[in-house]
Design a protein around this ligand. Structure first.
Ligand code: ADP
Length: 667
């Protein structure tokens, strides 16, 4: 297709499956990140909580350790005084009681002699001692080990007297001058220890317990209920001789995902994104389908335009060319670039017809374009191309006229065919003339006999007159000879005219239009008509209206038309009663048309014959060629007239042809 738009530059485009794969992958990646983010946030929150728990547990452990160290230090101070023998019994008792009072978790503080027999206890004197007078086996072991290690040492926790009570002993060996002088044993109630050392805010969030090496709970503090087992931490208290661990279990559950605002918004966003993507996808699919259909349409239109043999040209309202198709370019031999945007005078206008073009273009600008007309274009190589142009207004989708659309047909071939046809017709006419001549020549021989015989008898008569005069020795009487010689001359002229008209009739030549008066035409061939008429004893009558206008025609062709029509009329009357064999040639003028009628009183035309009358080679005669009427009609139409036939009211047929009247009669 030839278009006004510039050719699109080639661009790099993602083709094939990549066109879809890449955005889909990106969207999936985006969604994955969207879902990963809250998960990561949750994970971070979990880690944070866990780390917080560990830090808090560490803190609690430090506090417990600090509290136990305080007890250890207080015991060491007391031990130092005891081993130096500074304290009497009462003072010791007071000190023990004071220690017990100041430190709530201390269940009791006892003093054992080197034989590990109880010497004093923090319990009020007289009150039953919770411990035994001497240490029992495991406690003994601890005391022994402390003594051996010459350092304070804890024993493994054990059950106290109260239900669920667990106690932890701290054994401090006492030495004086390097000799073992007994042990101080501080007994700590682990439950109280927890209650005293663990701050309330920590206990509020966590279940805290002290467990032994078998994980059995020694003491527990769970102010806000049991732990959930999600965030837990266990840490050894690092007590020499006792394996006690601090275990914390948060009451907090895992961070819940869905109520999380972030997750909610992410899910909403993802859903929104998916929905809009789906809508976009559908929209694109619809667009692609529409584009595909459009492309197909365009391809079809282009193929159609390119295969058209009709030239197409669009012009805007100012007459500038806005579109041409390949057929038009080929017709004028110019590429589209040299035509598009051009205003008149156009490069394909032939100089000789410039005035006509200008006139027509002015009419187009005035909005009065001729719908159909013939003109010529000049091809780029100078060859003239006859064209038939159809003009129509170009209307846009709003119904506004935006210009003119023309379809242009190259009618060179048509013209060539017409010319060929014309030549063919001429040849046909010539052959018809020859055929007619064949008949005429036989009649000619017969007809010439008459004038020749007359001439012969007149000249013989004249010769006789001359012979007789010479024999008598008299002069010749001119009065006797003149009529005979005049008659002979007349007859010779008549014979000459017969021969001339046959010669003129047969001669082939190009049609030459001239002003012809009908009476002169008829007179010119009357001799030939009569020649035919005489053969069948037919009377010929002419009635030519006076002051008949001339017609512009080729004399030869009209003569042939008349000869054919008269011959047909004569032949149609050959079986009719001799009294009715009358052929009339009448010429009149009606409405600017000169009408010539050949009227016979013959057998007429049957309907089935009438239907095929003008078909070439149709004849009802044994020796007919069937070309006469066909040739006649072509000849009459060539002169812009028409040939008709009608039944004669007096019997027979009227053949008539009419030609445009030209001017006043000549002569
Ligand atoms: P042809 O005379 O060689 O047959 P034409 O074309 O002149 O060929 O005539 C075709 C036929 O038309 C004739 O054979 C005849 O039957 C019919 N026809 C023509 N003129 C007349 C007429 N005047 N009267 C009756 N029939 C006619």
């Amino acid at each position: 297709m030839t278009s006004t738009s510039p050719r699109a530059r080639p661009r790099f485009v993602l083709g094939g499956p990549w066109r879809w794969l890449l955005p889909v992958l990106l969207v999936l990646l985006f969604l994955a990140v969207l879902f990963w983010l809250p998960w990561q946030a949750r994970q971070m929150e979990t880690n944070e909580r866990q780390e917080q728990l560990i830090a808090d547990t560490l803190w609690v452990e430090q506090t417990i350790r600090f509290e136990l160290s305080r007890i250890e230090e207080a015991l060491a101070a007391l031990g130092a005084e005891l081993s130096e023998g500074k304290l009497d019994e009462a003072a010791l008792q007071a000190r023990l009681a004071q220690m017990r009072k100041l430190t709530h978790e201390l269940e009791q503080v006892r003093w054992f002699d080197p034989g590990l027999r109880l010497r004093a206890s923090s319990a009020a004197p007289g009150a039953p001692s919770p411990g035994l007078p001497s240490l029992r086996a495991p406690a003994q072991d601890a005391a022994e080990m402390a003594r051996a290690g010459r350092a304070g040492r804890y024993a493994e926790p054990y059950a106290g007297a109260a239900p669920g009570q667990r106690l932890l002993d701290y054994h401090l060996p006492l030495f004086r001058d390097g000799a073992y002088v007994g042990s101080l044993v501080a007994t700590v109630d682990l439950k109280v220890l927890l209650d005293e050392t663990v701050p309330w805010w920590f206990a509020q969030d966590n279940a805290i317990s002290l467990v032994d090496r078998d994980d059995s709970v020694l003491a527990k503090r769970a102010a806000a209920g049991p732990g959930r087992g999600v965030y837990t931490h266990k840490r050894a208290l690092d007590l020499a001789g006792a394996s006690v661990m601090l275990a914390t279990d948060s009451v907090k559950s895992e961070p819940r995902l869905l109520p999380n605002l972030l997750v909610g918004s992410v899910v909403l966003l993802a859903l929104g994104l998916m929905a809009s993507l789906l809508a976009l996808w559908r929209h694109i699919a619809r667009r692609l389908a529409a584009e595909g259909a459009l492309r197909q349409q365009m391809a079809f239109r282009t193929a159609m335009e390119n295969s058209l043999v009709t030239g197409l040209r669009a012009r805007d309202l100012e007459g500038r060319v806005t579109y041409v198709n390949p057929a038009f370019c080929e017709m004028v031999g110019l590429p589209p670039e040299e035509l598009l945007g051009k205003s008149p005078p156009m490069p394909y206008w032939a100089p000789e017809a410039m005035a006509v073009y200008q006139q027509r273009f002015a009419a187009v600008l005035a909005g009065e374009a001729t719908q159909q007309f013939e003109t010529i274009f000049q091809r780029s190589d100078g060859v003239r191309v006859p064209v038939l142009i159809f003009e129509a207004p170009l209307v846009d989708s709003d119904g506004r006229q935006t210009g003119w659309m023309s379809s242009i047909l190259d009618i060179s071939d048509l013209k060539r065919v017409e010319e060929l046809n014309r030549q063919q017709q001429e040849k046909l006419q010539a052959s018809a003339r020859l055929a007619t001549m064949g008949e005429i020549s036989s009649m000619l021989a017969h007809e010439l006999n008459q004038p020749l015989a007359a001439i012969a008898s007149y000249t013989t008569g004249a010769l006789n007159v001359l012979g007789r005069a010479r024999a008598k020795g008299q002069g010749v009487d001119a009065g006797l000879l003149q009529p005979a010689l005049e008659q002979a001359s007349l007859q010779a002229q008549r014979a000459g005219q017969i021969i001339r008209s046959v010669h003129a009739f047969v001669k082939k030549r190009e049609p030459q239009r001239q002003q012809i008066a009908v009476h002169a035409l008829v007179e010119g061939i009357l001799a030939l008509i009569e020649l035919q008429a005489r053969k069948f004893y037919v009377m010929v009558e002419t009635s030519i209206a006076p002051d008949l206008p001339c017609v512009s025609a080729d004399r030869m062709m009209l003569e042939q038309v008349l000869l054919n029509l008269t011959r047909n009329g004569i032949e149609a009357m050959q079986d009719i009663a001799p009294g009715r064999r009358l052929l009339r040639i009448a010429a009149t003028c009606e409405q600017g048309q000169v009408c010539v009628a050949v009227i016979d009183q013959g057998h007429g035309i049957a309907p089935e014959v009438a239907a095929r009358l003008f078909s070439p080679f149709f004849s009802t005669k044994a020796e007919g060629m069937g070309m006469g009427l066909s040739v006649c009609r072509s000849a009459v139409e060539f002169h812009g007239g028409s040939l008709k036939h009608a039944a004669n009211p007096d019997g027979g047929t009227i053949f008539s042809f009419s030609l445009p009247a030209q001017a006043a009669p000549l002569g």
